[in-house]
Design a protein around this ligand. Structure first.
Ligand SMILES: C[S@@+](CC[C@H](N)C(=O)[O-])C[C@H]1O[C@@H](n2cnc3c(N)ncnc32)[C@H](O)[C@@H]1O
Length: 308
């Protein structure tokens, strides 16, 4: 069993509270952290309703964010997913407080395309913010890995630009696509999507894949302290990264493990079809490998603070 940089098993989702398990991971050991925490009173799930006041949620967030920064490698990146709609203002406080303690790197706007119809007196919310933090050194970042293709019409229009005499060279350049901006248009998952596996806040693979490809390289260690249905693990496995996962709910872990196994099976089948060998590195975790259980933290008493 591979263990490195941590008492948690690599390529396994550990069952428990991230605040109890993160201290078991060595300092400066993880290249990339993808954290998609509870929104705070948006979903009707017990895990999203743990805090009575925004202040409690912000204090809790500060604790796991500080731990993640400790764990992050000096040249690593740390993505923190934000809130939707009526709780967006709480994420603004989270960003402000976090950026006073840690280094801001970027802010991504995720355009979910499909709106979240919850209010009559305002526009329908359809975007989420993702805060990106760095540690101390210039972060590893692979801009070339996430270029966005131009459509054929745009390519043909650009080719007409008389300033470029060498048309073949120009075409090769255009075919590479353009650099991705920090505005990401990725549709949120519809109920009928093949990707959907039953988690109420499952993120699209395309979204997480872009983070993994741009901010890590094969063999790097990726951490997700709120693994849910395993989207980060699946994309890490697909792109040959090692990963560490933490999740409070065993039902979601079972979902994620099934997904990982199915993805790996599909990959093997497709590789066999193409008659090429697949590297045997990715490991399918099984429920038998679950190693920790810590009960969820007791709810602290209500604190006065920011608007809930
Ligand atoms: C927004 S969801 C993550 C969804 C995930 N990105 C996906 O694509 O499936 C947040 C997850 O955090 C888990 N969670 C809540 N509190 C936690 C804690 N203290 N420690 C670890 N996991 C927790 C919830 O059970 C939930 O699955």
């Amino acid at each position: 069993m591979k263990t490195s940089a941590s008492k948690l098993q690599v390529n396994t989702i550990s069952l428990g509270d991230c605040l109890s398990l993160l201290p078991h991971i060595s300092s400066s050991s993880v290249q990339l952290i993808v954290a998609d925490p509870p929104y705070f009173n948006v979903l009707e799930e017990a895990w999203d309703q743990q805090w009575l006041q925004a202040r409690e949620y912000l204090d809790w967030s500060g604790r796991w964010i500080d731990e993640c920064i400790r764990i992050l490698k000096p040249d690593g990146l740390f993505y923190v997913f934000g809130q939707l709609g009526k709780r967006e203002h709480v994420f603004l406080h989270l960003m402000s407080e976090t950026c006073q303690r840690h280094q801001f790197h970027d802010q991504i706007i995720w355009d979910r395309v499909v709106g979240y119809n919850e209010r009559r007196d305002s526009f329908t919310p359809a975007c989420e913010m993702i805060l990106v933090l760095r540690k101390t050194a210039t972060p590893k970042f692979y801009k070339e890995a996430v270029r966005e293709p131009y459509d054929e019409e745009t390519i043909q229009a650009y080719l007409k630009d008389p300033r470029y005499k060498d048309k073949e060279r120009r075409l090769a350049h255009l075919r590479k696509g353009k650099f991705a901006t920090n505005l990401w248009r990725v549709p949120s998952l519809k109920g009928s999507s093949n990707e959907k596996c039953g988690h109420p806040s499952q993120k699209p693979e395309k979204l997480i894949e872009r983070i993994i490809l741009s901010s890590s390289s094969p063999g790097d260690l990726v951490l997700d302290p709120f693994m849910g249905s395993g989207t980060t693990a699946c994309m890490a496995q697909k792109h040959r990264r090692e990963w560490l996962g933490i999740e409070l709910d065993p039902t979601y872990i079972a979902m994620a493990e099934k997904r990982l196994a199915l993805n790996l099976q599909a990959e093997v089948e497709s590789s066999l079809k193409q008659n090429r060998k697949v590297s045997g590195r990715a490991k399918i975790p099984t429920t038998g490998q679950l190693q920790f259980f810590t009960p969820p933290e007791q709810k602290p008493a209500s604190l006065p603070g920011l608007p809930s």
